[in-house]
Design a protein around this ligand. Structure first.
Ligand code: PLP
Length: 394
């Protein structure tokens, strides 16, 4: 459960009203540059200290407030905001690997991260990737080679919510001198703090729960390795230029103020919907980390203090039942993404190649839903009308 310190990080920490005329809410520093009295003052700026600013691609005062808050929430020393989750993910990979590096990647990791590895890192940087299930620490230990630079994790991953034993993987990685990276977007720092288990780098897309209102894109990296985050800020973030805009950073600060209350509601509703689906005779399987039927329920209880609003399920019968069911929904909108106020449903792998489905071990008809902030009763009523009007293809 979120601590009092977490709630303070969401509400007040990192903000200094006296620095902006006593304004309770920090302003959007909508500026691309800062100006100086003298040339010497300009050359003396250290943009990494968080208090001095000279150019928007290096740092921005609104962005720094959001970075401090998220680093505090994750229990990390330093954070770096980016223009999207993918900008953060690719910067972390490029900062920890070099040409010829080997990477271990959990099979269920966010698809575009694997596309970046397979479509750029392997052909252009001569890197190699071994995909692992993530449920076996022995498998990970065995797959590490002298060239392994990074282990890429996501827990829970967001198709069928497979989970990794964070403490065990971090211990193996430390012993073998390999860095660990995790996408912690599903849990947010309120429900899981991977740095506490020994993971080196935590990533979030801010586009999901931290922003929380489906009105911004952003990403963040947090670590206790200050040198690493400073290096990323002054090299890859600067050079690739994937900085977050000040308005987006401000919206993240705004969104985070209600993260605790929103997540409680998402969790409660998702739990209600997951149980409803589990009891329904047209449903074959339900995947949700909060259900006791999750194969790794015990591990989840150990390392997560909650589960959020995303779940998935498979209907009985043919895969075509998946899109037919989603099309019958009225309150659940059809769209990708999640983590906002709105409920969503999609069949994310319906058009995937069979080879891809075999690799991911997923059902073509898998339905993924995000339970938003609407009432659980109205969401279940929507599901009920969809079930009632759907004749399953066997
Ligand atoms: C959406 C998502 C991302 C990518 O974030 P963007 O902000 O869209 O780049 C990464 N990881 C997970 C788990 C996601 O759901």
């Amino acid at each position: 459960m979120p601590t009092d310190d977490d709630i303070l990080a969401l509400t007040h920490f990192g903000e200094e009203p006296k620095n902006y005329l006593g304004a309770l809410v920090p302003p959007v520093f909508m500026t691309s540059l800062h100006v100086f009295d003298t040339v010497e003052d300009y050359f003396n700026v250290d943009p990494l200290d968080g208090k001095q600013f000279y150019y928007g691609r290096a740092s921005n005062p609104t962005t720094v407030i959001a970075e401090r808050k998220i680093a505090r929430l994750e229990g990390g020393a330093e954070g770096a905001l980016f223009s999207s989750g993918m900008a953060a993910a690719s910067a972390a990979i490029l900062a920890t690997c070099k040409a010829g590096s080997h990477v271990l990647c959990m099979r269920d990791v966010y698809q575009p991260v694997k596309r970046f590895l397979n479509g750029y890192c392997v052909p252009c940087l001569n890197m190699s990737v071994t995909y692992v299930g993530g449920d076996s620490v022995e498998e990970i230990d065995k797959a590490i080679t002298p060239d392994t630079a990074l282990i890429i994790l996501e827990s829970p991953a967001t198709f069928v919510f497979s989970v990794v034993d964070l403490a065990a993987v971090a211990a193996v990685a430390k012993r073998r001198g390999v860095k660990t990276y995790i996408d912690n977007t599903y849990c947010t720092p309120l429900f899981q703090k991977p740095l506490d288990f020994g993971i080196d780098i935590v990533m979030h897309t801010l586009t999901k729960y931290l922003g929380g209102h489906s009105d911004l894109m952003g990403g963040v990296l947090v670590s206790n390795d200050v040198e690493l985050i400073h290096r990323i800020k002054s090299t890859l973030r600067e050079w690739l230029g994937a900085v977050i805009g000040p308005m987006e950073a401000w919206l993240v600060i705004r969104g985070m103020r209600t993260l605790d209350v929103r997540l409680r509601r998402h969790q409660e509703t998702a739990m209600t919907v997951a149980r409803f689906l589990q009891d329904h005779d047209k449903v074959a399987k339900v995947f949700y980390p909060g259900l006791q039927s999750h194969p790794q329920y015990e591990l989840i209880q150990r390392q997560q203090s909650g589960s959020s609003g995303l779940l998935s399920f498979v209907l009985k019968g043919a895969p075509e039942n998946g899109p037919a069911f989603v099309n019958k929904l009225k309150l659940f909108a059809k769209g990708c993404s999640w983590g906002g106020f709105e409920s969503l449903a999609l069949v994310p792998v319906y058009t995937a190649a069979q080879e891809e489905l075999d690799f991911l071990r997923l059902d073509r008809g898998l339905i993924r839903m995000h339970c938003g902030l609407e009432s659980a009763d109205s969401l279940i009523a929507d599901l009920e009308q969809a079930f009632d009007s759907l004749t399953l293809i066997p």
